[in-house]
Design a protein around this ligand. Structure first.
Ligand code: C2E
Ligand code: CA
Ligand code: CA
Ligand code: CA
Length: 282
């Protein structure tokens, strides 16, 4: 241990030590996992609240760990961000999502599925050549740019705006659409929204949780939905867990919703069945 620096090395804390060892283990295992293709996306439906049809799907990464089983992002995404592994993981999710989506479109040209939504971390977005990598991934998968929605965070759009906004404009010029994920949890002022080069707002679950019990939350969501409509932005309400929330959102004119009420994230075969099931219901 470092000598003399009493401020840094205080008492021995077993829990902290355990957590640190685990992070180091994860970090070391990430490389092999990337090489071995152990990261795969599950997909969660995004539903048109007006028609009830599945309009899109969000790709959500899972780690198929050979010893620990299926791991969600909670177990590794922070470490992957810190180490930079998220760049490679993100690209492999993008490629897998695009090739799967192309398969859905090819298998059933009249499918209700219009797009696949893919999360992009700030670090990945700021990697030089990101825009070209996306273009190549589309070409490789035989996917159309209109099929792709990229989800980025509010803080990325606000920080070093110039370079980021240029890249966002380049992606949109290709026909790709951009969503702000977890909208409402950051600090973007509503007036700033008008200028942002984005197409979709994903309203964070924390706003949806209380829309039935809190008049204030209800008013807040209603206001954002109205504002978004006036700005020509689509809205996806996240984390819808019951029919009451869905109905309230539909009444406000919120166009899209996502949440356990409709489906958890599932493997591709189940999406195919859900899409078919919903279609025959109508
Ligand atoms: P997110 O992008 O906000 O994704 C939504 C998360 O909420 C997902 O968790 C989803 O399974 C969960 N969720 C959806 N509907 C409901 C609901 O009705 N109730 C509740 N309680 N939860 C719901 P998941 O899959 O564990 O992902 C967590 C986060 O990890 C994501 O949050 C996203 O920030 C990140 N993430 C996932 N996949 C990727 C990826 O490929 N790249 C990057 N950079 N981040 C990813
Ligand atoms: Ca997301
Ligand atoms: Ca989100
Ligand atoms: Ca979230």
């Amino acid at each position: 241990a470092k000598g003399g620096d009493k401020g840094t090395w205080q008492r021995y804390q077993p829990e902290l030590h355990g957590a640190m060892v685990q992070r180091l283990e994860i970090r070391a295992a990430l490389h092999e996992a990337i090489e071995g293709g152990q990261f795969r996306p599950m997909f969660q439906p995004i539903v048109d609240l007006h028609t009830g049809l599945i309009a899109g799907v969000e790709a959500l990464v899972r780690w198929e760990h050979p010893a620990r089983g299926l791991l969600g992002p909670f177990h590794f995404i922070e470490v992957a961000e810190e180490s930079g592994a998220i760049v490679a993981i993100g690209m492999s999710v993008l490629r897998a999502a695009l090739s799967q989506f192309t398969r859905w479109k090819t298998d059933d040209p009249s499918t209700s599925l219009r797009y696949v939504s893919v999360n992009v971390s700030a670090r990945q977005f700021r990697t030089p050549g990101f825009v070209d990598q996306v273009r190549e991934a589309l070409a490789e998968a035989g996917a159309r740019p209109e099929w792709l929605l990229l989800e980025i965070t509010e803080s990325l759009v606000l920080r070093d705006a110039d370079q980021v906004w240029d890249d966002l404009r380049a992606l949109r010029a290709m026909g790709i659409r951009i969503a702000i994920d977890d909208f409402g949890t950051g600090y973007s002022s509503l007036s700033y929204l008008r200028q942002m080069p984005v197409d979709v707002l994903k309203l964070d679950k924390s706003f949806i949780d209380d829309i039935l019990s809190s008049d204030q939350q209800h008013t807040m969501v209603d206001t954002i939905v109205t504002l978004a409509r006036n700005l020509d932005l689509a809205v996806v309400a996240e984390g819808i867990e019951d029919a009451g929330q869905r109905d309230a959102l539909a009444r406000m004119g919120c166009p899209y919703g996502q949440g356990y009420l409709f489906s958890k994230p599932v493997w591709p075969g189940e999406i195919t069945e859900l899409v078919r099931g919903v279609l025959t219901d109508i």
